[in-house]
Every structure is written in C-alpha cells, then in structure tokens.
Design a protein around this ligand. Sequence first.
Ligand code: GLU
Length: 448
Amino acid sequence: MTAPKLRFAPSPTGFLHIGNARTALFNWLTALKSGGRYLLRLDDTDRERSKPEYERAIVEDLAWIGIVPHEIARQSDRLERYAAAAEVLKRKGLLYPCYETAEELERRRKRQLQRGAPPVYDRAALRLTAQDRARLEAEGRPPHWRFKLSGEVVSWQDGVRGPSHIDTASLSDPVLIREDGQPLYTFTSVVDDVELGITDVIRGEDHVTNTAVQIEIFVALDASPPAFAHHNLLTTASGEGLSKRLGHLSLRGLREAGIEPMAVAALAVLTGTSEALQPLASMDELAQHFSLSKVSRTSAKFDEHELAALNARLLHNTAYATVADRLLEQGIGGGEAFWLAVRANCEKLSDAAQWWRVVAAPTRPAIEESDRAFLAEAVAALPPKAFDAASWREWTSLLKEKTGRKGRALFMPLRLALTGLDHGPDMAHLLPLIGRERALKRLAGEVA
Ligand code: GLU
C-alpha cells in the first residue's frame, strides 16, 4: 500500500480563518496519525484575486498553528499540466467547446425554469457542426470548454457522511476551461490530485457536489479517485458563514489578539464535540482526540468566548519551555520560577507583563493608615535570610502569633504593600521573586 498523502488547498485570496484552519488541521492530523505526507497546494489560478502576500501569510499562519507542509505546489506553475490533461479529455470527446455567452445561458435557464424543467445546460454545443464552430470562431468568439458528464449516479464512501451518491444527470456539464483559456478549480484540482499522488481528500461540505463531477474526471483521466471526506462547516457565534474576504476570525487576528496557537488549533478541530474545551498542549495530544467519525453533519458554531476560556486554561497548564522565548521577547525575565508563579493568573500570555512589573519594576505600595503599625511589625518579623518558597509561611505564621491577626486582616495589608494590588498570584511564590530589598522598602511605603 502506498503511504497516505493529504493536501490542503487554499486559494491565496485572503487570510486563513478558523474554518480554513479546521480543514488544514483535519488533513494534518490525518497525515500525522497515518505517517502520511502533507502537501500545501496554492490554488492561485485566479490571477486577479490571488496575491503573493496572502500566499506568504498562509505559510506563516499554518506554521504558527503548528503545520509545516512537507511539500508546496502552486497551480500557476502547473498550467502546462492542465493543458496536457485537457488534450487527453478532448481526444476522448469528453471536453467540448461551447460558444454561448453568459446572457444566452441565462435566457435559456429562465425559459427552463418557466417550463418547470431543471436548469441544466442543454448541451446545445454538442450539436454544432464543424462549420458552425468555424463560423463562430471567425466571428471572434473563443470557446469555453465543458466536461461531458456520464449522466449516471456516482457513488462514494464519504469519510464523514458515509455512503453518498449524486446523479450527474441532475447537473450541468461543468465548465473546466474559461473562454480566456484559464482552467478552473474543478479540473485543476483533479489533475493535481492525480499527478501529485493524493490519496485522501478532506474538505468542507461545500464541495460535496463537486465530488461527483471530480470523480468522473478522475476516471476520464484513467486515475482512481482518492478517498473523500466532507466535514461540516464552522459559523460565527451568530450563525454566519465564515468568509476569508470579510476577514472573519482570521488566524492572524487571533494571533495578534494574543491567543495561543494550540488553543486555536484544538478548538478549530474539536468545536461541536464534548472534548472541545480540554487544554491540549501539543499536536500529538490533539491527534489522539481527533477522529473524522466524531465530526457532526450539522454546522458548528465557533464561539470566541470558548476560545478565551480555553486559552486561559491552556496557559494555566503551560510548561515554561513552551513560552520561554516569547516571555523573553516581551522583556519578561524571572525564568521558570516566575512563570510558574504567575501562569494561573494569566488569561493571555501578555498578562504576564503586569506581574513582571510587580516583581521587577518600581511599584507603589498601597497602604492604609490603620495598617502602618502592623506593617512595621511585619518588617521586624521578616525572615533574615534570602527568601525561598517557605519564607512567606514562616513570616506570616510568626506575624500571626505576634499580632493576633489572621485571614484577610493578616494577608491583605501585606499583599497591598508588596504589590500595590488586592489580587494576584500566590504571595508565597511572589515574595522570593520580589526579594528582600524591595520588600523592605515597599513595606515601609516607598516606591521600589
Ligand atoms: N481551493 C479550494 C478551496 O479552497 C480547494 C477545495 C478542495 O480541497 O478540493 O475551496
């Protein structure tokens, strides 16, 4: 058996959104689980809408989320291959020239609908003689080319939807090549899937109807079709379809908002399942939770509040090594001890900066007049040696004994003086990070 090979095939006409990430990840996780390869195919035959900057952004955004393709192909580099495949179909009489204008087609469609007939292309072009065609071309009407469907029922076993079939008699013969010579996606995708050795196609269910047509093109090119799976689509929380053009929930935007890539990846894949809110630290862990058989057939709402909650949960469990570089980039020191002290208080990684300032930057203590005497005793009771993880307990136990204060009355004035805030990470962890010198000054009311 050949090793599986999957592909993700976006058109570089905008930034990837969370729904695109879902498709990209379904393919990636399938490749990961099966030891398969992963191709990023840039469907850039639409020259007006495709942009190199979007292409770069796609590669970057995929890398951010944890996908590094084994191979990249660009459809604009493969135009000769499509022309060669088109010749094969023409020789077989399966790709035929048509000369109707868009207006003519529209008029015919309206007439069909008025008669109650399905608005399917009537194949008038197949009845043209060689002379008719020569005349039309002499008039300067270049043809567009349609693929001749079999008119039979095409069946496949869909990896998500189960046994599926479409009667191609209910479809118009699809246009594969436009009159300006541009080959269209329906066709180029099949040629690529054949020639680049794709074994499994996982894509959104908006492509289900293409599948019957594409299976017939595979057969016409003497290739066996890959296995198909069509997953449900994500919508916004209000039920709107996601759009690359409208910039809905773009990976870029989520990254700029400081969301962790693994939170985005996990929710993109698991939205709509009972496992959606589990903090998963790595792609391997996510792979263990992923299965096409868990994907529902109804659309799933992507909820940004869930994403924020998952992001916080994930950070609370994130190891220092995972975030070390990004903390340093933000000028946050303190190493592992600092991260472990503050991670439970971070909803986003950038929240660590606030706690770093509390630890390492001049901070104004908050002191109530009525606590001054207590704080003077606290200074006297500070453990004399360098602080460690046990210092806070030793200190507050001693203070409790000496002053009779307990609970909030004991702890809050210390927290307010040492951090300037009435909430925050566990003081037992913060105290050694603040250090003796700063602590002494802050307890005495100095900005330090
Ligand atoms: N370029 C197509 C799209 O973005 C690819 C569909 C497919 O996976 O076949 O919808």
